[in-house]
Ligand binder design. Structure first.
Ligand code: FE2
Length: 545
């Protein structure tokens, strides 16, 4: 006899892990994973083992927020020593790979002097042989690219390192996840399962469609000792029913950070998904999983940063996503892994890579990839795209974290697409230095001054205003500020009123308002309805795509 169908509780966290570290895209793509395991995880673990007190002190200091310090009590040294040992053992090949990348960089710097490269193939470290092509840029600087698809079918893509932690959360607090691994805790169910395991989808579906506990227990192969904990994740209480939008307008809902849901009665588009949990008192009004439709037609990913691609949100949504649109790249460069390939390898279907000014059509809507500049520390990273979403005659421009380096670029774009109605722009204009995110990929030491000058910064007021003046929107929203409490674990941001991004974005909002443009810095939640047909406004430029 099977038991009564039950629902998954809304505040069960799906935490994807790799080697017990919070999984983000650079830990899936094989080459960046090797570098991060070796030059981030192992380094932080070694540092903690040397002086756990230093880490404990640093995480208490707001100035050190987001730094390479573990937010763990000093008493957990033995567990970290064990995790380090396991990493050295299980990731032996990846550590060898990272070492070989450094050797290859050194060899090219020493020997590739503008003459033909063929002879140097014999000097490529053996573990990389057959996985790289050597080349020069036009000015004789040597470099190499990976055959990334081959790496996914090699010992350097280790699915066995992937696992999932499930637990019930009652608040938004979590340590900064790039610096602190997830150790065993009471109340946390840790299961060795790869991200492409469809049991994750079946579990997520139970948020809305009840099943008997035996059904999901069998699919997830829950050990007897964990059954009681697993059972506590479920409830007989039916969740609130999602009401599909059936009106004639365009409904825009802000879910926090850079996550925006655009809905019409025919279509749903979710930009940079980052969905909070619910079922506990957070003190801030916010949309969450319960406000998402049963089917999401398009997910748009703007760029390959950890706060814009969240597996924790995407894996439980996978079963309801029809299409994922990602920025196109196939450069094979270490710093620019292919995001489509990454999604394809973790069980997502219908992943489409979009190029600059390329258009996808659906019903009466089009999605266009728009150039995204800056915010990548001047590295040659192509996996980034802004989006212009046109529904009927209505245009929404999502600029994510792009920093407007050269407004003339956007004048060229404007010539093609015309004015827009609404702009969403990120203004995290005091971004972290290059080493914060890309440090593990850099094999040649750079000076502190160089590092600090190469930041992951979004637009300031002047740069934001230049875009407003070009596209003449009726509404401007500052978003992607990493401020909501449920984003802090991944953004490590906490602003005060004096913080530059707050001052600059206040200034932009004020100037826009003085020009009769509706403007606001978004926080928590926001809902707006738009007409699909414009009545009160003449286009200054017809647009021709
Ligand atoms: Fe970013």
């Amino acid at each position: 006899m099977t038991s009564k169908p039950i629902y998954l509780k809304p505040n069960v966290v799906f935490e994807p892990l790799i080697d017990r570290w919070y999984a983000w895209s650079h830990l899936v793509s094989p080459a960046t994973a090797a570098m991060n395991i070796t030059c981030r995880h192992l380094k932080i673990m070694e540092s903690f083992l040397l002086s756990p007190e230093t880490h404990a002190g640093a995480v208490m200091n707001p100035k050190m927020r987001g730094g390479p310090f573990m937010d763990l009590p000093t008493g957990r040294v033995a567990e970290i020593a064990q995790l380090k040992q396991q990493t050295l053992q299980h990731q032996n090949e990846m550590i060898g790979f990272a070492k070989a990348v450094k050797e290859l960089d050194d060899m090219l710097a020493a020997e590739a002097k503008g003459f033909q490269l063929e002879e140097l193939y014999a000097k490529i470290p053996p573990v990389l042989q057959g996985y790289v092509e050597l080349f020069y840029d036009r000015n004789n600087h040597p470099n190499f690219r990976f055959f990334e698809s081959l790496l996914y079918n090699s010992p350097y893509y280790k699915k066995s390192a992937q696992s999932m932690a499930f637990w019930i959360t009652n608040n938004d607090h979590r340590p900064f996840v790039l610096s602190t691994p997830r150790l065993d805790e009471p109340g946390i169910l840790h299961l060795e399962m790869a991200f492409d395991n469809m049991a994750i989808d079946e579990l997520a579906k139970m948020k809305r469609v009840p099943q008997p506990i035996e059904y999901i227990r069998r699919l997830m192969t829950i050990p007897g000792s964990q059954e009681e904990l697993f059972n506590s994740f479920f409830t007989e209480d039916q969740p609130p029913v999602y009401k599909k939008y059936t009106g004639d307008k365009i409904r825009m809902r802000y879910f926090g950070h850079a996550c925006i849901l655009v809905e019409t009665k025919d279509l749903s588009i979710l930009v940079d998904p980052l969905i909070s949990y619910y079922g506990y008192d957070s003190g801030i009004q916010h949309f969450s999983d319960i406000d998402l439709p049963d089917v999401i037609d398009y997910v748009l990913i703007t760029h390959n940063h950890q706060d814009h691609i969240l597996f924790e949100t995407l894996l439980p949504l996978r079963h309801k996503i029809r299409n994922i649109i990602v920025p196109r790249t196939n450069s094979g460069r270490l710093e620019d892994p292919d995001v489509k390939m990454m999604f394809d390898n973790i069980g997502f279907r219908n992943v489409t890579a979009i190029g600059e000014m390329e258009v996808l059509s659906y019903f009466n809507a089009t999605i266009m990839g728009i150039p995204f500049t800056g915010e990548h520390s001047d590295l040659n990273i192509l996996t980034k795209s802004c989006y212009l979403v046109r529904i009927g005659e209505f245009n929404l421009l999502f600029l994510a974290d792009s920093r407007i380096l050269e407004p003339i670029l956007y004048q060229h774009i404007h010539r093609q697409v015309g004015d827009v109605d609404v702009i969403f722009i990120g203004m995290e204009c005091d971004g972290a230095p290059l080493s914060w995110l890309y440090g593990p990929l850099i094999t040649k030491k750079m000076s502190r001054e160089q590092d600090r000058s190469r930041r992951l910064s979004g637009s300031d007021c002047t740069k934001g205003l230049s875009i407003v003046e070009i596209f003449k929107p009726r509404e401007v929203y500052v978003y992607a500020m990493g401020q909501e409490p449920w984003v802090e674990f991944i953004s490590s941001i906490k602003y005060t009123d004096e913080s530059n991004p707050i001052v600059e974005s206040n200034q932009l909002v004020k100037i826009c308002e003085s020009r009769d443009i509706t403007a606001q810095r978004l926080y928590g939640e926001k809902e707006i309805l738009y007409e699909t047909k414009k009545t009160a406004r003449l286009l200054t430029s017809p647009g021709n795509y």
